[in-house]
Design a binder for this molecule. Structure first.
Ligand code: SAM
Ligand code: ZN
Length: 313
């Protein structure tokens, strides 16, 4: 029996997103346009957050965001704000858990994926426009984008409070939010650039908050990704390439697509286990197969990424 099964995109659209949450639809999008407040041409003060309870603008006073309807959201000491309402989450702690966040941090800080970050940075201008990273995790890529695009203009959103808590340590000037990518606490047409790296594409809310002409930068894994690891884990390795076009619609037009291939030699088993914990194979592979991946230390490992840029029409 094949050990690796073809994935349902809802479970693992981009191959290494796991424990994906829930909120599929943003039901009130159309209503905004009719309110003068949210009209497309309205210039918003920075940071342009909206209240998750009533959609009115949020103002920051001291360490607390509040709207004119009296809803308040305290900014944690670490500098992030939780705008995820209890009724909009399916579990007490949605998104990546602490162990997953720690494993990813340990792996990313080795710098193995720096060439991917470099390729993303090479495609950026240095304009001074609002930008957003959805599913930002612990902010390893986000902070590199901030160095180019400005921290003051940037918002990092993740549904995992463990991830956002870790991210907020990296850059105090960026606006870090616990929120769902399906219900972004941002106004219509407010963002010039949106990044979605290895997490699910919430097409409707991305289309809502991205300005016409704005850019969506999506990264997923290509069919060769982590081949030695997958060969060690499964009897039969299925190939499945990434294409954001499967999830986007006529509101977006593709600018370009770039494949990034990397090779490196993992130092030890810990590095491999941390790498595994970043992938859906962590949940899918058999325990005995996962226990045996230490044998890949000192041997060639590869990564295959696909960067796609799309323009909001
Ligand atoms: C595979 S990680 C990628 C993290 C980061 N983009 C990176 O590449 O290092 C996927 C992230 O998406 C987050 N996530 C899952 N569902 C989400 C949702 N509905 N809204 C926002 N973030 C979500 C998870 O908590 C996790 O941090
Ligand atoms: Zn409110």
């Amino acid at each position: 029996m094949p050990a690796e099964k073809r994935l349902d995109w809802r479970k693992n659209a981009f191959a290494i997103s796991h424990k994906i949450s829930d909120d599929l639809h943003y039901p009130h999008t159309a209503a905004y346009a009719s309110l003068p407040f949210f009209a497309n041409t309205q210039p918003f003060p920075m940071p342009n957050l909206k209240c998750p309870c009533c959609d009115h603008p949020l103002q920051l006073t001291g360490n607390s965001w509040h709207c004119d309807n009296g809803h308040r959201f305290d900014r944690a000491k670490r500098g992030y704000t939780n705008l995820l309402l209890a009724q909009h989450r399916r579990s007490r702690a949605p998104g990546d858990d602490k162990a997953m966040v720690q494993a990813r941090t340990a792996f990313l800080e080795l710098g193995r994926y720096q060439p991917l970050a470099d390729a993303l940075l090479a495609g950026l201008g240095d304009d001074d426009q609002p930008w957003l990273d959805i599913g930002c995790g612990e902010g390893w890529y986000t902070c590199q984008f901030a160095q180019r695009l400005g921290s003051d203009n940037g918002v990092g959103v993740d549904i995992s409070k463990f991830a956002v808590d870790a991210a907020a340590k990296r850059d105090r000037a960026l606006t870090w939010l616990v929120a769902s990518g399906a219900r972004l606490p941002l106004f219509n047409d407010s963002q010039q650039r949106i990044f979605v790296l290895f997490t699910r594409l919430f097409t409707d809310d991305i289309a809502r908050v991205l300005k016409p002409g704005g850019e969506l930068i999506v990264v997923g894994t290509g069919e060769q990704h982590l081949l030695p690891l997958r060969e060690a884990l499964y009897e039969e390795v299925r190939q499945s390439g990434f294409d954001a076009g499967k999830f986007l619609d006529a509101r977006f037009t593709q600018i370009d697509s770039q494949d990034i291939h990397l090779e490196w030699t993992p130092d030890n088993e810990l590095e491999l286990q941390n790498l595994l914990a970043m992938t859906p194979h962590h949940w899918r592979a058999k325990p005995e197969a996962k226990a045996g991946i230490g044998k890949l230390a000192g041997k060639a490992m590869n990564a295959h990424f696909v960067i796609q840029r799309w323009r909001r029409i």
